[in-house]
Design a protein. Sequence first.
Length: 447
Amino acid sequence: MSPHVADKHRIHRSVALGVPLAVLAAFVTAGTAGATSVPAQPRVTHTATLGNIPLGTFSNALLPGTVGDDRGVDLGGIGSDIYPAGRKGEFWTVTDRGPNGQIKVAGTKRRTFPVPGFDPAIVKIRVCGDTVKVIDSIPITTSSGKPVTGLSNQAGRDEAPYSYDAQTALAYNANGLDTEGIVRAKDGSFWLVDEYSPSLVHVSARGKVLTRYVPKGLELTGTDYPVVGALPAVLLHRKTNRGLEGLAQLPDGDLVMALQSPLPLPDANAGDSSRTTRLLRFSPRKHAVTAEYAYRFDPVNVVDPSEDDTSELKISSVVAIGGDRLLVEERTDKAARLQSVRLTRDANILGGPYDSDTTSPSLEQLDDPASAGVPVPAKRLVVDLGTVAGVPGKIEGVARVDHDTLALINDNDFGMTDGTGAFDAQGRLVDSGIETTVTYVRLPRGI
């Protein structure tokens, strides 16, 4: 049975004529004695898994010659986001920057890129029974058609890129994108968000970067596509590897971007201990940010009872659910909760004191922003995915299938782990065994 078909319940009532009410009541009581009414719970209705596709085969079919040695890595990482493609069971997804990990050398962690020629791609998938099939792929390219790659952009701002064993430094690439959220516009083009700058990226229907919108004041030179400073300058302070992550498209065409983690303002300790991050509304028509919102996480041990480190809180997905309402995913790597949030005009903090990095205390330092006079959008818990059996870890993409059903996709990190054990002595991947899956979850009370 299709995961989208809701269970149907029919209640039949009998009318007993001439039976005294007391007798009827006794009969009903006896018939229900010992019965327990259990409310319907969210449940997984279907799971499908992506098969093994060698990364070199995948990449070179899109852009011949880009990957010489995939080191035994299969296509993965497409779980950065998921967006309905129109037909039942079909979705647009996007990879992140590609296989990457961390290895500590002389006490310092180095960011590794085992397949540096990998180019981020938009991947269209179809759920066919228990299998996820790739039915279309679009490489993300520069204005001249070259791969953007997933390599770090700028020395001193982004993590230095290294080879798979962290022994050889790689060149930075200003074109590089660490793509995350994805939506498709009515004209067939795509919008993506990126963690590096962080940035909002407009991409043509065939993957060519049309414009990359970055924080005002960022000097990102040497790109082979247009770069426009249109985002609040305060985003220049984004935490490394925690830039823009979630992206939603509202019914009016506006976009809502989610900053994955609180800004480290005025320092890293403030960011790591904060529960306040930011949502940004962008008008494609005006090419400008039109609103900003302070988003408040629940305590980390509420989101994930096994976790006590507040810095593990992240937003990975935001989904439009009508009007100015969103589903916002609060997560750690092991658990996730979806909150319903309404964005109201009176909650807009754009252009206020908290867009300045000199404001003290900063937005991130406020123990209770609402008590300090900061408007915080109200939220309501829709589902705690951590309590739903069968939902995998590290859910990064959420799509609304219908009123009752969500499609979730996990980020399997291309089967990579951190540390020197990620590759064997021959430089081949020691796969983590984590697969990319699409999981359908039915919500009995709807969304």
